[in-house]
Design a protein around this ligand. Structure first.
Ligand code: BG6
Length: 284
């Protein structure tokens, strides 16, 4: 693990997937949050220098998991409770045919049932290869009645410069603009650049969208997710966030694969899986 990151976390709080040759993922058990993904020595994920890593709040960066609610919630905390719970290791990292695989799990408990009275098991599986990282969330309804939820992988990508960064694959899609009173618009650009506070929920997305920056691209392949959220708080909002540096909006963009624009229903005893596969293509 990177020495800077190692100095910020307790060894017992993290799981390391080591693919060798500068390829690794570090996952914090708090929220099953991937903190770092190094691909051939290059860090792909943004983690705020001010992120709180002592399990006392959701982690600002990496890939936090949103479940069972995207956004504000009358029953509990914004973005649900999964990103604020300690997950257990379901299967330790293991290398098989060049892929490192690891699974974490979360089941309902007294705290979750207090805010959301359903029985569930979540299994989060990470698979790391030399150029890709797949993350799959399987939601098991272990109770006796159906429930609905929204869910999302809140990926924070590191970029050398937001002014030369764009998101591709969104042209023609309808998006809900959360910074414009939740009104709907149609995207007419091939390259969606981010010049201000952006908080948009793009709906009915194609299977692949791409984050493009000066040094590399990351393709985000969606399986069973319907939406992509593009978020950057920009300067004014950054100043109001205690766990985010005032200037850090210049080096990050969130491209979040989710099913958030309409709730997903799952019947008693059933399971559903949602997956994103991230692939890096280097330019420099
Ligand atoms: C995004 C939401 O997914 O997450 C934004 O669309 C929100 O509205 C952002 O501000 C960060 O949320 P939080 O709870 O981690 O500060």
């Amino acid at each position: 693990m990177d020495t800077d990151l190692a100095a910020r976390v307790q060894e017992s709080d993290v799981v390391l997937l080591d693919g060798g040759e500068g390829t690794s993922v570090v996952v914090h058990l708090h929220g099953a949050t991937a903190l770092s993904w190094k691909c051939g020595g290059r860090e792909i994920l943004f983690l705020s220098k001010q992120a709180v890593l002592d399990s006392s709040k959701a982690i600002r960066g990496g890939i936090p998991l949103v479940f069972p609610q995207f956004g504000p919630w009358t029953c509990g905390p914004q973005h649900g409770f999964a990103r604020n719970k300690r997950w257990s290791v379901d299967s330790q990292p293991q290398m098989e045919n060049g892929t490192v695989k690891c699974s974490l799990a979360l089941t309902d408990d007294e705290d979750t049932r207090k805010v959301w009275n359903y029985q569930f098991k979540l299994v989060y599986t990470l698979e790391l290869t030399t150029s890709s990282l797949s993350t799959r969330l399987t939601v098991h309804n272990t109770g006796g009645e159906s429930f609905t939820f929204t869910t999302l992988m809140h990926s924070y990508f590191l970029t050398p410069d937001i002014s030369t960064t764009s998101v591709r694959g969104l042209k023609g899609l309808t998006y809900t603009d959360k910074v414009q009173d939740g009104k709907d618009f149609q995207e007419d650009r091939d390259d969606v650049t981010i010049p201000e506070n952006y908080d948009r929920v793009y709906q009915k997305c194609p299977s692949t969208v791409t984050m493009d920056c000066s040094s590399h691209t990351v393709s985000v392949n969606l399986s069973n997710f319907t939406d992509v959220v593009v978020w950057n708080p920009w300067s004014e909002k950054a100043k109001t966030m205690s766990d985010f540096g005032n200037e850090e909006y210049k080096t990050m963009v969130c491209v979040e694969a989710g099913s958030v624009s309409s709730p997903v229903e799952i019947a008693a005893g059933q399971q559903l899986s949602f997956q994103q596969t991230l692939k890096v293509h280097a330019k420099l």
